[in-house]
Design a protein around this ligand. Structure first.
Ligand code: 9WO
Length: 231
């Protein structure tokens, strides 16, 4: 899998992918991450990437030409690329979308800034508009990091033996169960007896129950949506 990120602030990404699972995935050759400065795709002396909005109003809009040039430079001949714009107007990026993306060969992530991008980019250049949640940020860079992280860990081989993708929240359609480690008692707070019992069938049942109880209490929508998909 190859990720290309198009941004006017490439420096934001320095260091973020240099740790843990993502770093290992890069080193193992499972993924490549390329960060591109949108200004490199301008042709004018001022390297201008934004302009005033037609119709007036405050703020600036990202010009179409540099974005079209950048994507076209990255996709020449390549067809199976997703071109995603990170924006609050997008489809909610959840575990299902992450899973879908993890099966692609190329993912191009466009980070918006200012008041947003020219609508012709939205209509004719991008294939997907993705939101990581219902809040306004100052740009799409942090959401792009979220997408790279969530997708990378789903690529076969990215998780070491120590990390289990099967067990994790959302993969199974429910929230994670509580975790405990030593000491067995800390300031009078005890670890549930069952976890110390060594009875693995009992432990598994307890974890499943706790997971289900927490999901019902906090995120009943997750359980409902799983039933809908089964039909
Ligand atoms: C600003 C705004 C102000 C009042 C009412 C609605 C509004 N929408 C926006 C807006 O979308 N600003 C964007 C800021 C322009 C493009 C980059 N920005 C951005 C991306 N903010 N938040 C995201 C984002 C991306 C993915 N998932 C969540 C948020």
């Amino acid at each position: 899998m190859r990720f290309d990120v198009i941004t006017i602030f490439p420096e934001i990404f320095s260091g973020v992918f240099d740790f843990g699972i993502i770093r290992r995935a890069v080193e193992a050759g499972l993924i490549e991450i390329h960060i591109h400065d949108l200004r490199d795709y301008t042709h004018d002396r001022h390297r201008q990437v934004d302009d005033r909005p037609f119709g007036g109003g405050a703020g600036m809009v990202m010009k179409p030409e540099p974005l079209f040039r950048a994507v076209e430079a990255l996709t020449n001949e390549e067809s199976e690329a997703r071109v995603a714009l990170l924006s609050p107007q997008g489809r909610l990026f959840n575990q299902q979308v992450a899973d879908e993306y993890s099966r692609k060969r190329r993912v191009i992530l466009i980070c918006g800034r200012y008041e947003g991008v020219d609508e012709r980019v939205v209509e004719h250049l991008i294939t997907d508009e993705l939101s990581i949640g219902d809040y306004v940020l100052s740009g799409g860079e942090i959401p792009a990091m979220v997408v790279v992280d969530a997708v990378t860990r789903l690529i076969p081989g990215a998780l070491g033996c120590g990390d289990s993708a099967e067990r994790e929240s959302f993969v199974s359609g429910s929230l994670d169960y509580p975790h405990y480690t030593r000491p067995a008692e800390y300031r009078g707070m005890k670890v549930p007896e069952v976890l110390l019992s060594g009875n693995h069938a009992e432990i598994e049942r307890w974890r499943r129950d706790e997971s289900l109880k927490k999901t019902l209490r906090r995120r009943p929508d997750l359980i409902k949506s799983e039933r809908v998909e089964e039909r």
